[in-house]
Ligand binder design. Structure first.
Ligand code: PMV
Length: 361
């Protein structure tokens, strides 16, 4: 028997064409997700700050499919150019989503996408691009079936779909901050999708800066996918997952209190733990470069000399994310120019900050 949603779907299918346009940002984890199981399910809970200036713009156009055929009909442009490698990846992902979005094979789809940061910057674009794609798909579902009118249900589904594309992407759906992974410390938190964490933030974290110091713009020697997989044989894996849970609990108190020095301590401990886990995987590997270490030394020295509450974190790569409050921006920018920029590839620094999350345009 056809249910109500199916009736709507069949009706919409024959009449609809249109497009959605989403801008979705990247995010930076403070408590890191490193280790997964099943289909992108995390071994420990994580928390991130949502960024602003590093984003993906994506337009999804759809029309009834005119020719019948196998699979999904997809045209894909990246920065207005066809890109077969990206198209193949997105197509495979969309095919895997047909059980969730059964209307996809009935449509002719065209995706146009672009990033605010150069593709060659060595900055992962999976969080921004997969969250943008998930948001476009949820808008499409809602247009065809009318099933996602409730904003909370919409965000939750978008977060879950983004997670299937790239784990950490599920946290980009929310303004300011998000928690992903079940933990008794955050009611409603789940391994399947992220939940908003804005309510845990002292206001000073909502305007925190996160400048990205590009140490190397090259391709990483070991992908995140391979890195997660190596956690399975890592002898420190279980203690690490416990540590992440404890640190998350502590960080939630620190975020509420607006305690920047303690925030910095946790952020740096987490970044160095992530990289230590890589160094004691089998086979071992390193993603930090000599200039990553030199920057860390200079940041710590500057903090000791001035008492300014700035700190760093890293994701799975050599680039340094420098976190600092708005009120010391002039001092910190001078420090960057004098001491950190010369260590960057082509003196490359991307100014970013905590932001309000995705926008439908
Ligand atoms: O989402 P993935 O599979 O690219 O993994 C991201 C892992 C880290 O960036 C290192 C940490 C995190 O929580 O974002």
């Amino acid at each position: 028997m056809l249910n109500f949603a199916t009736h709507n779907f069949i009706r919409a299918m024959h009449t609809s064409s249109g497009q959605f346009f989403w801008r979705s940002p990247s995010n930076i984890a403070i408590i890191k997700y490193w280790g997964k199981h099943g289909r992108q399910l995390p071994r420990n809970p994580s928390i991130s700050l949502t960024l602003s200036a590093s984003f993906t713009d994506m337009a999804l156009e759809y029309a009834p499919r005119e020719t019948s055929g196998e699979g999904i009909e997809l045209d894909f442009l990246f920065h207005d150019e066809p890109n077969e490698a990206f198209r193949a990846k997105i197509l495979a992902f969309l095919e895997s989503l047909t059980p969730v979005f059964p209307f996809l094979p009935e449509l002719s789809l065209r995706i146009r996408s672009g990033n605010s940061f150069p593709h060659s910057a060595g900055i992962a674009s999976s969080a921004s691009s997969m969250s943008a794609l998930a948001l476009c798909l949820c808008s499409l579902e809602d247009a065809l079936l009318g099933t996602l009118g409730d904003p909370e249900a919409f965000d939750r589904k978008a977060s879950e779909i983004a997670r299937l594309g790239s784990g950490s992407a599920c946290r980009s759906i929310y303004p300011y901050a998000a928690v992903w992974g079940a933990t008794p410390d955050v009611p409603g938190a789940s391994d399947e999708y992220a939940v908003p964490a804005e309510d845990y933030l002292h206001p000073l974290f909502k305007s925190l800066h996160n400048d990205i110091l590009i140490v190397s713009a090259g391709e990483k020697a070991v992908s995140s996918r391979a890195g997660h997989a190596l956690m399975e044989g890592n002898p420190y894996a279980e203690p690490r997952y416990d540590q992440a849970r404890r640190r998350l609990r502590r960080l939630l108190d620190v975020l509420r209190a607006g305690d920047l020095p303690e925030f910095g301590k946790i952020a740096e401990d987490e970044a160095l733990t992530l990289h230590a886990l890589m160094m004691c995987s089998d086979p071992s590997y390193m993603l930090m470069e000599p200039n990553s270490l030199e920057m860390i030394k200079r940041i710590r020295q500057y903090r000791a000399d001035t008492g300014h509450p700035l700190c760093f974190t890293l994701d799975a790569g050599p680039n340094i994310h420098l976190l600092y409050p708005e009120e010391i921006i002039h001092e910190v920018r001078a420090f960057i120019d004098e001491q950190l920029k010369p260590l960057c590839a082509n003196e490359w620094v991307i100014g970013d900050w905590v932001g309000e999350g995705p926008e439908e345009m």
